[in-house]
Design a protein. Sequence first.
Length: 166
Amino acid sequence: MIQEFVLPLFLVLCCLLALSWFAGSDAPYIPTQMELIEKTLAKAKVKKGKKFYELGSGDGRVVYVAARMGAQATGIEQSLLRVIYSKYKAKKLRLTKAAFIHGNIFSRKYTDADVVYIFLLKPAVVRLENKLYAELKKGAIIITQRYHFQSWQPFAKIGEFNLYQV
């Protein structure tokens, strides 16, 4: 009798885990194309001594690059499964400066950030525009990909990346 419930329960748990990979209302999981990411992060002055955040960090690939460049790099991600995967991969790559946090990007404060990277859908970018302007310290840099701020002028454009300074 118990065996009749074990397999369906196992299948339901597997489905929930699989759906967790795609969790997130502010962006579908679309991995960043890495061709220009190092050049973009270098232009944003990502280096040792800097605090880098990626909002919606997905599988962690941008956080890993920032950590390799010496920054204390943190990814904030809504999907618990992606956070677990990113932490595992960072440990495997021995990236001690890469950290990942499961949570809502809108409920956190980014006052200590030197660089913030965003690859989210337009509604989320619009919501973050005023929040980041109010919270970030003078001189902080924000990188947007594909969907950009409406009322700010970027100081640089690299491919589909725009860079803004507070």
